[in-house]
Design a protein around this ligand. Structure first.
Ligand SMILES: C[S@@+](CC[C@H](N)C(=O)[O-])C[C@H]1O[C@@H](n2cnc3c(N)ncnc32)[C@H](O)[C@@H]1O
Length: 233
């Protein structure tokens, strides 16, 4: 009886310390020079944040932003912006980028339904969508980051012909996504793979692993990948 009580106290203390750490990360995130939240209005001016005219890649639902972080190091002549709802997830890569002097990466805390209020038409040169939550139930489909509502917004902020890269482990979500993508008249598919990491046709920069990617690959899942653009005029 006493040991159950002790275990409950320990669990409670653990959750309190997790909550404190989250709060601290959120506070620090807001002080970092490379971090923004939805109050900041930078629409049309992201290149001035980076201080150059280099192309901008957005990683949507970036979580801990390993992909953007890896690509920012591989391609110093491009700019990367990780975007996520959760500040505390972006805290570590933001801190590490500052400590490592990596200036071509930034972070933006935002609900993606308002992305078009934060980027001008065509301001993004490239987009990555990495392992979005599947929201498997039909009634949850409005939350899927690859449904038509979200895609219409991405289509607004990416330049015509700019590539959108998408990867997921989830077969049902991938199928749903492809069915959604093909509805666009002006869509142009570039590459498709049902096993990204075993596919020699796909370049290594597409294989930088995110947290979820490592997790799902560890469980034996194959990673599905597609790249496409909207060739609107
Ligand atoms: C399954 S995680 C994947 C994280 C990361 N891309 C990876 O591969 O490790 C999905 C991420 O999308 C973010 N997210 C979900 N819906 C979002 C939305 N509407 N706007 C912004 N971020 C969102 C979540 O906060 C979460 O960090």
């Amino acid at each position: 009886m006493i040991s159950i009580f002790r275990a409950k106290i320990q669990a409670f203390q653990y959750f309190c310390s997790m909550a404190r750490r989250k709060t601290l990360k959120k506070e620090q995130y807001q002080l970092f020079d490379n971090c923004f939240n939805s109050d900041v209005q930078n629409q049309g001016n992201w290149k001035s944040f980076f201080g150059n005219e280099n192309p901008i890649t957005l990683e949507l639902g970036c979580g801990k932003a390993e992909l953007s972080y890896g690509l920012a190091q591989m391609y110093p002549d491009r700019n990367y912006l990780g975007i996520d709802l959760k500040m505390d997830r972006m805290w570590r890569p933001a801190k590490e980028a500052i400590e490592a002097g990596i200036h071509n990466i930034g972070f933006l805390c935002l609900h993606l339904l308002s992305i078009d209020e934060h980027f001008a038409a065509g301001e993004a040169d490239e987009i990555w969508i990495t392992f979005p939550d599947p929201f498997p139930k039909n009634r949850q489909s409005k939350h899927r980051m690859v449904n038509a509502t979200f895609l219409d917004l991405y289509r607004k902020v990416i330049k015509p012909g700019g590539k959108i890269h998408y990867k997921t482990d989830n077969t049902e979500l991938f199928q749903y996504s492809m069915e959604t993508f093909v509805e666009y008249q002006d869509i142009h598919f570039h590459q498709l793979s049902f096993d990204l990491h075993e596919d020699d046709r796909i370049s290594e920069d597409k294989k930088v692993k995110t947290t979820y990617e490592k997790q799902f690959m560890g469980m034996g899942e194959k990673i599905k990948y597609v790249s496409f653009s909207f060739d609107q005029v």
